[in-house]
Design a binder for this molecule. Structure first.
Ligand SMILES: NC(=O)c1ccc[n+]([C@@H]2O[C@H](COP(=O)([O-])OP(=O)(O)OC[C@H]3O[C@@H](n4cnc5c(N)ncnc54)[C@H](OP(=O)(O)O)[C@@H]3O)[C@@H](O)[C@H]2O)c1
Length: 380
């Protein structure tokens, strides 16, 4: 049986080593990708430390990756051998993980990389951008501004074609949803994080007129280029932010013509960090805003740090797994191909740490915390 090099470890906290693991056969609807670069996410060091999502030992890891297709299954028509693609591996299926030479993926769950884009930049796209995509469009019912080609691939029975009754979203939503219900305003806590940068860009192309964010001042200028309209230091108070996010201030600012009535306003905060501090800040901001007639929404990528329940704050955690959200994944990849090619969405700025042989250092850097960059490793 063929084998290839992979980053393996035998248990939580145990050394990460490059060893051989079997190269899987390619199924009819699958592609085999020679990974050339892989993005590092916080979930990777959490997996290394705690064994998160591991289903078998020795385990490998890595959700973000990009490379070249080297084999396709008999039924694959969407992509071909030689295409450069980015992908999102699933931790519970080691064949799809990206900290290894070859990764297996469904053909509908890869996105072609524009010719002009370096593979290292593309390798950090999928995890954070899919998380933001799910958070905004699945969890809130905000309208997905998919390009027509991507919209054509939305399955008939997808939630995207219905109202949001069965997705956990409020029954107050109607399809198509109207961003005036959010006051055309969204607050993204942690806009310089990988997830936050994509959230700001999706909010911009969705049509939000006011996009508030918190980040260190050194990142404010960059976040404005992505679409943020109001940047706050992380030390800003909830009332500072709510003063700008409130519908009264919005109406007074004379932005656009479709200004909401304050009674039709659902304050929306996206916590891109998922810490107790940011979740509490999100609740505090929402508590400053007038929540009638609908509830206030706090979306977060972490379901661990649910703050004290506040009446009318609807807390929605995200679990962004391309393999599980089948009706979103293909439209997401096709949409991203078009948005990236047109420059409407840009990848995170990257910092190349070294090769996957330096994974220990890359995970340590992620654990210590980064500022406004995506850590990337190359495959030697
Ligand atoms: N549920 C899912 O499916 C899913 C998927 C992906 C990620 N996640 C989770 O989402 C979170 C973010 O991941 P990521 O990869 O985007 O993180 P990241 O890029 O590593 O985050 C680093 C950034 O966080 C910012 N930051 C840290 N604390 C902050 C605070 N209190 N307020 C504002 N900004 C703060 C820093 O901002 P400054 O440097 O500007 O200060 C820095 O730029 C993690 O908890 C991750 O585990 C969940």
């Amino acid at each position: 049986m063929a084998s290839h090099r992979a980053l393996l470890f035998d248990g939580p906290g145990l050394p990460l080593e490059i060893r051989q693991r079997p190269t899987p056969p390619v199924g009819p609807n699958q592609v085999l990708i020679r990974i050339q670069a892989c993005g590092v996410n916080p979930v990777d060091w959490k997996t290394a430390d705690l064994g998160w999502c591991v289903t078998q030992w020795p385990a490998t890891m890595g959700c973000d990756g990009a490379g070249v297709i080297v084999a396709v299954g008999s039924d694959v028509t969407r992509v071909r051998v030689g295409d450069r693609v980015f992908m999102n591996g699933w931790m519970d299926n080691p064949d799809t993980c990206t900290f290894q030479e070859y990764a297996l993926m469904e053909d509908s769950m890869v996105g072609k990389i524009p010719d002009f884009m370096p593979i290292q930049e593309a390798s950090g796209i999928s995890m954070a951008s899919f998380t933001a995509f799910v958070g905004l469009f699945h969890e809130t019912g905000a309208e997905v501004p998919l390009p027509p080609n991507a919209r054509a691939h939305v399955p008939e029975d997808s939630f995207l074609n219905y109202n949001h009754m069965d997705t956990g979203a409020s029954e107050n939503y109607q399809w198509p949803p109207d961003l005036s219900k959010f006051g055309w305003c969204i607050t993204v806590l942690g806009g310089s994080s990988s997830v936050g940068q994509f959230m700001i860009q999706y909010a911009r192309i969705a049509g939000f007129r006011k996009i508030l964010t918190t980040a260190s001042p050194s990142n404010h200028a960059y976040l404005r280029t992505l679409g943020a309209t109001h940047c706050f230091d992380r030390t800003a108070t909830a009332s500072d932010i709510a003063a700008i996010a409130s519908p009264t201030t919005f109406q007074a600012s004379a932005v656009g013509t479709n200004q909401p009535q304050s009674t039709e306003y659902t304050p929306l905060v996206f916590d891109a960090i998922g810490s107790t501090q940011t979740a509490t800040m999100g609740v505090d901001i929402l508590s400053c805003l007038t929540p009638v007639p609908m509830s206030r929404i706090l979306v977060s990528p972490s379901v661990e740090d649910i703050p004290t329940v506040v009446e009318d704050v609807d807390y929605r955690g995200i679990y962004a797994l391309v393999g599980a959200l089948w009706d979103l994944s293909l439209p997401y990849f096709i949409g991203m191909e078009e948005w990236l090619a047109a420059g409407e969405i840009v990848p995170n700025r990257i910092q190349v740490v070294g090769t996957v042989e330096q994974a220990h250092e890359a995970l340590a850097m992620s654990r210590r915390g980064v500022s406004g960059v995506k850590l990337v490793m190359t495959m030697p």
